[in-house]
Ligand binder design. Structure first.
Ligand code: ATP
Ligand code: MG
Length: 492
């Protein structure tokens, strides 16, 4: 025990601890939130540990629920806006005994002693407790020293702790990656030695830690470490196929490094998990698709997009990602090679690509291309051609100015005016369009119906003139709109 730090702790959390103490129990903040407070980071959630048993905790608060089989009681705070405060988790002191399968303790035993609860925690920096009422940190495993030295070190004998719960080898890497810490030497040695224990762990648990590595600021460092320590092959072994796989002239990195560098760019840009996953897996099919070309005197990778999409789907399915997410990422990997030579392609080719990947994913596909470029070592994320392609995408996505914007249709004109179907109907619609373009407020069924009846009385010639004028105006405005889009991307 040392020091009397003063942390800013939300009143809902303070009150929960106070209530427990007033009832004669001990209560401490514990785990990740104390670690984050000491580091000056904002805690993700607030966990309290207490000498009270689950029923005793539940008896003290008006709204609670049982979280899981570990005795954790969620204390619900209504009327708070901060997500992290909606539920404060209160867990009785626990000791864990008998891990026969390296997955879950065989039984959960509650304890009366804080020190026993701290001993069962994974890493020293996660084994700090803080008494709010006394303003005091309880640090029985030198966690504060490790926080200062930026070390992730197992509590107790690392090898034993990893054999108890195999997920801890991956948690070590996740926590080091999130915090920018190093894994302490003995802990690291034990991870290398016991890494295959991860093979016994439920895929969902692995997926959650994997995603947190990807969402860290520097996910590439985390995956490099995971590979070095022999962990990556229990997460996504297919990525390792790219190690040392040389590419062609255009690439200076191996397939493995290129995938990681693409992911790095997605993280540097702060892009979302799906884009990061797509970046990481976009070239996973390359090792399988690689062929030597005597003609080119170089490697080729034909079909790696198709092979890669299939592999990405299998990897993500294996890790129990939700179906919708798998479909999206698979699509991005499948179409990442889209042809972007804007001097050659037409707007309809761009439209086809939008249809392939889905309009809701098209901008992620553009971002994936940026990741791919930077991950190859090209200096520019957005060269002219690529900006031009983006402008074409925007053009393809917008609704063009046309008579279909009107509140009335050709059939309305026929019905209301009694005219026969024919070119006159088109002239009337275009004349109406011109009026609406001048003043959008006129675009109502009522107003346009009145106007079409007046227009129908005009001579064919007059009507044709008005119609042609409307078409010209439409074309001119279209050009202005498209000019605006191109200007936005600095392309002609
Ligand atoms: P964050 O709040 O950023 O998610 P965290 O450290 O709180 O990080 P959690 O998964 O929420 O991570 O776990 C809360 C605490 O429970 C940890 O700080 C640690 O003390 C303990 N803990 C979690 N998982 C394990 C485990 N597999 N083995 C031992 N202790 C664990
Ligand atoms: Mg937590």
């Amino acid at each position: 025990m040392r020091g009397t730090p003063s942390f800013s702790i939300p009143k809902e959390v303070v009150e929960t601890a106070e209530k427990l103490e007033k009832a004669g129990f001990e209560a401490y903040l514990v785990g990740g939130c104390v670690r984050d407070l000491v580091l000056g980071r904002k805690p993700k959630d607030w966990d309290l540990t207490t000498s009270a048993k689950p029923e005793q905790i539940q008896g003290l608060f008006s709204e609670t629920f049982y979280e899981n089989e570990y005795g954790t009681v969620g204390v619900v705070n209504v009327n708070v806006s901060d997500e992290t405060l909606k539920v404060v988790e209160v867990t009785p002191y626990r000791l864990e005994s008998g891990y026969s399968d390296a997955r879950r303790p065989d039984s959960i035993t509650f304890s009366d002693k804080l020190e026993e609860d701290l001993k069962r925690r994974d890493f020293t920096i996660n084994a700090l407790a803080y008494s709010i009422s006394q303003g005091q940190i309880i640090d029985l495993h030198k966690g504060q020293d490790d926080l200062k030295d930026k070390l992730v070190r197992a509590v107790g004998e690392p090898g034993e702790r990893f054999l108890e719960d195999g997920l801890r080898v991956l948690r070590a890497i996740r926590i080091a990656t999130e915090l920018g810490f190093t894994v302490e030497k003995e802990t690291e040695k034990a991870i290398k030695k016991t890494s295959k224990i991860l093979g016994k762990i439920a895929k969902e648990r692995i997926r959650d830690e994997f995603c947190r590595i990807l969402m860290a600021d520097r996910p590439m460092d985390g995956l490099v470490l995971a590979q070095e320590l022999g962990i990556l092959k229990y997460v996504a072994p297919e990525l390792e196929e790219g190690i040392g796989i040389e590419q062609n002239q255009a690439h200076k990195y191996s397939v493995f490094e290129h995938n990681l560098r693409s992911l790095k760019h997605a993280a540097d840009k702060g892009w979302d998990l799906d884009t990061r996953l797509a970046a990481l897996f976009h070239d996973v099919g390359k090792p399988a698709a690689r062929r030597w070309s005597d003609e080119k005197k170089d490697w080729t990778f034909h079909g790696h997009d198709v092979v890669g999409a299939r592999m990405a789907k299998r990897i993500l399915t294996d890790l129990k990602f939700p179906m919708k997410q798998i479909e999206k990422i698979t699509k991005l990997v499948r179409w990442h090679l889209f042809f972007s030579d804007t001097e050659v392609i037409t707007l309809s080719a761009v439209r086809r690509m939008v249809r392939n990947v889905g309009s809701e994913n098209i901008w992620d596909l553009m971002n994936l291309r940026a990741c791919d470029r930077i991950g190859t070592g090209r200096p520019k994320e957005h060269p002219y051609r690529f900006r031009k392609y983006r402008a074409m995408v925007e053009e393809a996505l917008r609704d063009p100015i046309s008579v279909s914007m009107l509140a009335v249709k050709g059939e309305d004109v026929i019905r209301e005016t009694g005219l026969q179907p024919g070119p006159k109907i088109g002239y009337i619609l275009h004349a109406l369009l011109e009026e609406v373009l001048d003043d959008p407020k006129r675009n109502t069924k009522e107003h346009l119906t009145k106007r079409m009846q007046t227009l129908a009385k005009l001579s064919d010639k007059e009507l044709q003139k008005l119609g042609e004028a409307g078409k010209e105006k439409k074309t001119a405005l279209e050009e202005v709109e498209i000019g605006k889009i191109r200007g936005k991307y600095w392309v002609k």
